[in-house]
Design a binder for this molecule. Structure first.
Ligand code: ZN
Ligand code: ZN
Length: 137
């Protein structure tokens, strides 16, 4: 009889442990997703849009990989002249802002082209300072 109770306790105990670890895993997933979303929002806020004609010309760029692509690899649409583009900091690959935003919100995201991790470096306040400094020159 004691053995029966012991087995029952063991089964319930492992069930509870499984439930707890499942809840913890769930929480971890939620946290990493939230962190990724916050990081993506910071990144999207900190980078100003660049219009397509401001991108380096494919013919002018020495390095082929540094040349501006003519289309967004996420939606495969060609950039239209003076269309607002989002240049990923770190690798300078270009996408539509609307296309890269959901991509960046995924946990452990990397650049869709070069798999490099995007870096959040410049807070918006500092960026304003840089742009005003450029205006003074
Ligand atoms: Zn796109
Ligand atoms: Zn890249």
């Amino acid at each position: 009889m004691a053995l029966w109770y012991f087995t029952l306790a063991l089964i319930y105990g492992s069930l509870i442990l499984m439930a707890i670890s499942e809840i913890l895993a769930c929480y971890q997933r939620w946290r990493s997703r939230r962190d990724a979303e916050l990081a993506a929002d910071r990144l999207l806020e900190s980078v100003a849009d660049v219009s397509y004609h401001q991108l380096p010309d494919a013919a002018a760029a020495e390095d082929e990989s540094a040349a501006a692509p003519s289309s967004c690899v996420i939606c495969m649409e060609d950039y239209r002249e003076s269309e607002r583009c989002f240049v990923l900091p770190g690798c300078a690959h270009t996408f539509h802002r609307g296309c890269i935003a959901p991509w960046l919100r995924q946990p452990n995201t990397t650049c869709p082209i070069c798999r490099r991790r995007p870096t959040v470096v410049i807070p918006p306040a500092q960026q304003r300072f840089i742009s005003t400094a450029e205006d003074m020159v």
